[in-house]
Design a protein around this ligand. Structure first.
Ligand SMILES: Nc1nc2c(ncn2[C@@H]2O[C@H](COP(=O)(O)OP(=O)(O)OP(=O)(O)O)[C@@H](O)[C@H]2O)c(=O)[nH]1
Ligand SMILES: [Mg+2]
Length: 326
């Protein structure tokens, strides 16, 4: 880790965080480096939406990149803050957490929903800042992901962690700048507020709009990225606008990071085990796909209660009259 190797934080195949192993590695790391302050940057998004590609471009890392389900589980890597940046930032390292894409087709079915909710909560809880990566600019397609993410943020609010987030739209054509993006921002805001209301109802807390849950400004916290390639993928050269977009995002991340003092490695270690232990203990809400489904389930449960009571009371009355006759 000291020399920049990624460490597996969550086993993607077993969907499990090996706490003893990870804690032991972090303990040794603290012995070598001292209890340094780190800023944890995590990322969430659909499968193959270019998450690893973006992190690699931003920090010069080498997370695996390919088509199909590529990153499995979650990986973390330390990036040293250079001496000149240390004046502005109050920490020594940035800890980049790359995660598996949500909605992996290979895992289709019930286990996916549970897996996604768990992963999202874990990753959002760990990060000082979470990047929400969206492929394209249609928030309707993102509905499921947004629900998962917002519910995770709500829970963080409840346990008094306050992460922040930035939205990134990947693969937006070069032309769609300016006015059109204004429209996109508006639509995203509407969608977020709508999802927040639903999620808040289910979590029993007060929140009318997304900015009640987390500090968020739709003008400054949403980024639009150009295509990675100029022209068709295998032959096209890398697109210079992509690098520029990455640079802008990096600046925004540093702006947010200057306000935060990060957390120490030992604090980070206990945060990992706290979060993971909480997650394996509590799985009812998270085993549900999204807030809409929970609402429906609650309604059904109510109705079901009424039906069974109607049946039972009818039975009791019949029983009583029969007893009398006997
Ligand atoms: N056309 C296009 N392809 C992209 C873009 N960004 C990334 N890719 C390609 O998409 C594929 C997947 O990228 P990854 O970075 O591995 O995606 P990921 O989100 O990390 O995927 P998982 O880890 O599997 O969830 C790679 O072949 C990238 O080269 C983009 O903006 N446009
Ligand atoms: Mg990846």
């Amino acid at each position: 880790m000291k020399s920049g190797h990624p460490l597996e934080l969550m086993d993607g195949d077993a969907a499990h965080v090996p706490l003893i192993w990870v804690s032991a590695v972090l303990d040794e790391l603290v012995k070598i480096l001292g209890d340094q302050r780190v800023f944890v940057l995590s990322i969430l998004g659909i499968q193959s939406s270019g998450k690893s590609t973006m992190l690699n471009a931003m920090f010069g890392l080498q997370f695996a990149v390919s088509a199909g389900r590529c990153t499995r589980g979650a990986f973390m890597q330390l990036v040293r803050v250079s001496e000149e940046m240390k004046k502005e930032l109050k920490f020594d390292y940035i800890l980049v957490v790359d995660t598996e894409g949500l909605r992996a087709l290979e895992l289709a079915g019930k286990s996916t929903q549970h897996h996604d909710n768990e992963l999202a909560t874990f990753v959002v809880g760990l990060g000082n800042l979470t990047l929400i990566n969206i492929f394209g600019e249609n928030p309707a397609e993102m509905q499921d992901i947004l629900q998962i993410v917002i519910q995770a943020f709500l829970r963080m609010k409840k346990v008094r962690l306050n992460p922040s987030c930035l939205f990134v739209h990947q693969n937006v054509g070069d032309i769609t700048a300016g006015e059109k993006n204004m429209e996109g921002r508006k639509r995203l805001q509407e969608k977020l507020d709508e999802m927040t209301k639903l999620a808040a109802k289910e979590e029993d807390c007060e929140a009318d709009c997304f900015s009640d849950v987390i500090e968020f400004n739709v003008q400054n916290d949403v980024y639009y990225f150009a295509q990675l390639w100029e022209g068709s993928p295998p032959m096209g050269p890398p697109n210079p606008s992509y690098s520029r977009n990455v640079q802008d995002l990096k600046k925004a991340i540093f702006n947010k990071a200057t306000l935060s003092s990060g957390l120490t490695l030992s604090h980070f270690k206990s945060r990992i085990s706290d979060l993971w232990n909480a997650l394996i203990n509590e799985n009812f809400v998270f085993s549900f796909k999204n807030t809409l489904e929970i609402a429906v389930y609650r309604k059904l449960e109510n109705e079901f209660g009424k039906w069974t009571w109607a049946l039972r009371s009818a039975m009791l009355i019949t029983e009583e009259t029969l007893y009398n006759r006997i």
